[in-house]
Design a protein around this ligand. Structure first.
Ligand SMILES: N[C@@H](CCC(=O)N[C@@H](CS)C(=O)NCC(=O)O)C(=O)O
Length: 290
């Protein structure tokens, strides 16, 4: 790889397999499956194929919130897709998400299975199915969906931009880090100003907009992402901090964050979730180790 100063793009780009980046082994310029692999199917109506990254956590947090609200139909099997090992390129996974990214959901509750990919589409599918956490009144619904889609458009600058160049790229490029830090801080300020006006992003009530935004921006101000809390001076975003703490205190959020997680403390990793009792074993592990 050339250094940043002497690189001139060639006429036609060619795939350099060993570019040294953290995800060089899984990044490809082509779509489609790399190997045949059927997906496992459990006993519940909802089959989730995911990993406990911020995008994955959105769905498991919502499912745990729905179960806490008493929606028994939200019982789910959460299967682990190890993206670092390329499992998102297995044929079964590509059948339910042609974009080869977690999370992906198969809703088997009706006569024909419904596939859903893209986390916001999954959140809307589930919120509408259970008539929960997505307001029906036009203005409240529009506000909730606006913040939900704000997250989908904004987080790639945080993750793929800031997180990549600050934490993962093999070289520290000041221009790239500056550019995406600027944008990430601007986004935090957007949220901070909104949360100065209302308790939650959609207004007075907690909705799928908060569930989508929290794992990214709540995670950032709580110091869970990229070791970047000090660099970004996250203490300055007081309203985001207040909101992030309130959401983090929710038991369903604590459970949702554990599902399909393969990093952090062992007692907080529930690699697969097939039953509500799976969390109890983990709680016992934690008590046993303290
Ligand atoms: N816009 C997508 C983004 C999903 C996404 O980027 N997933 C990442 C993990 S957080 C992934 O599966 N990456 C695997 C890859 O790029 O090969 C969503 O919100 O569902």
């Amino acid at each position: 790889m050339s250094s940043t100063a002497d690189y001139t793009p060639p006429k036609v780009w060619a795939w350099n397999k060993a570019n040294g980046g953290r995800f060089a082994n899984i990044n490809r310029p082509i779509a489609g499956p790399t190997h045949d692999k059927e997906l496992p199917v459990g006993r519940h109506p909802l089959q989730l194929y995911s990993l406990g990254t911020p995008n994955g956590q959105k769905v498991t947090i919502l499912l745990e919130e729905l179960l806490a609200l008493g929606h028994k139909g939200a019982e789910y099997d959460a299967w682990l897709i190890r993206i670092g090992e390329g499992q998102q390129f297995g044929s079964g996974f590509v059948d339910i998400n042609p974009n080869s990214k977690i999370p992906a959901l198969l809703d088997r509750s009706g006569p024909k299975p419904i596939r859903v990919f893209e986390s916001a589409a999954i959140l809307m599918h589930l919120a509408e199915k259970f008539d929960a956490l997505l307001p029906k009144e036009a203005a409240a619904r529009a506000e909730c969906l606006s913040w939900l889609f704000w997250q989908m458009g904004s987080a790639p600058y945080l993750g793929g931009g800031f997180g990549h160049f600050y934490a993962y790229a093999p070289v520290k490029i000041e221009y790239a880090i500056d550019r995406f830090t600027m944008e990430t801080k601007r986004q935090l300020d957007v949220l901070d100003r909104r949360l100065a006006e209302s308790a939650y992003l959609g207004g007075d009530d907690y909705t799928i907009a908060d569930i989508a935004v929290w794992p990214w921006y709540g995670g950032l101000v709580k110091g869970f992402l990229y070791g970047a809390a000090e660099f970004l001076a996250v203490h300055e975003y007081k309203n985001v901090q207040r909101w992030a703490d309130a959401i983090f205190a929710r038991p369903a959020v604590k459970r949702g964050r554990m599902v399909n997680r393969v990093t952090g403390e062992a007692s907080e990793q529930l690699h697969e979730r097939h039953d509500a009792s799976d969390f109890e074993t983990k709680t016992q592990d934690k008590l046993g180790s303290s």
